[in-house]
Design a protein around this ligand. Structure first.
Ligand code: TMP
Ligand code: ASP
Length: 259
């Protein structure tokens, strides 16, 4: 376990570090000289169950920032607009300052997690077509699952925007499923967040990492050993950092990049 969460000031930031603009559970956002640009620091801190469970995963910030960097670049190459600008250090990302839409957009290919808990579907049930779900991003309310009518009632996004989110989420799912399969990983499900640019254009924001995806090792059939994501932390399965390292290793190997 690393002791993590302390922010080490990199050379590309002024001394002293500017006041942080926002601190979430996994990242800290800092302003830059350009109001259209923010710097995001990826922490090693890990939380689950709305931060009831807290810990730290060694090198998680660096791994999640590196993975997100590569996956955002892959998506951009495939025509998906993201908030990513560049990554000036292994655990720092420069991103567009967007207005975050307070929705967690979840795409599921296999039943797991809250879907199994709330519906009784067996773990691993194939979902065809993939299921897209919208959760209200509000920790105080416990991020509740929204119905279409509640989405409309809350006005967090217009009907047209919701359709754009659904369509972008399914496109991202298609690209990521294929990519992770080439890493011998099954993309079980994942959570996305989106933001609005000043123009109103919607871009993918936040991160894509083993914190926000369920990934199962295709080389393993054992239901515990195959888990390569934050479920190892959530469920106390052990070898959490090793799973994150292995995901990074496989992704870099497929991309032909060294660690
Ligand atoms: P769930 O099965 O708990 O609803 O999670 C669905 C996916 O969303 C899973 O890949 C984990 C991810 N997720 C987050 O990224 N953040 C969260 O706060 C939660 C609850 C899930
Ligand atoms: N990120 C969420 C939290 O702490 C939950 C999770 O990923 O399970 O609270």
């Amino acid at each position: 376990m690393s002791e993590s969460s302390s922010v080490v000031k990199p050379d590309f930031l002024p001394d002293p570090l500017p006041e942080k603009q926002y601190e979430g559970k996994a990242k800290v956002l800092y302003p830059t000289d350009d109001p259209a640009v923010l710097l995001s620091f990826f922490k090693d801190d890990a939380t689950a169950f709305n931060a009831l469970k807290r810990g730290s995963i060694s090198r998680k910030g660096e791994i999640n920032c590196t993975l997100s960097t590569h996956l955002f670049q892959l998506l951009e190459r495939e025509g998906v607009a993201t908030h990513w600008i560049d990554s000036p250090a292994v655990d720092w990302m420069r991103v567009k300052a967007v207005e975050i839409i307070p929705l967690e957009v979840v795409v599921r290919n296999l039943a797991a997690g809250s879907l199994c808990k709330q519906t009784g579907l067996a773990l691993g049930t194939v979902l065809e077509p993939p299921l897209v779900e919208f959760f209200y991003k509000d920790d105080a309310l416990g991020d509740p699952l929204l119905t279409p009518d509640r989405l409309r009632l809350l006005k967090v996004a217009s009907d047209a925007e919701v359709e754009t989110l659904r369509s972008m989420a399914l496109t991202i799912n298609r690209i990521l499923c294929e990519f992770f399969a080439s890493c011998d990983l099954t993309l079980v499900d994942f959570k996305l967040e989106f933001g609005r640019e000043r123009s109103g254009a919607i871009v993918l924001a936040d991160e894509i990492s083993p914190d926000t995806c369920r990934l199962w090792d295709r080389r393993e059939t054992d239901p515990e050993r195959r888990v390569m994501d934050k479920d190892r932390f959530r469920q106390d399965l052990g070898n959490v950092a090793a799973a994150y390292e292995e995901v990074l290793h496989r992704v870099l190997a497929v991309l032909g990049t060294s660690a």
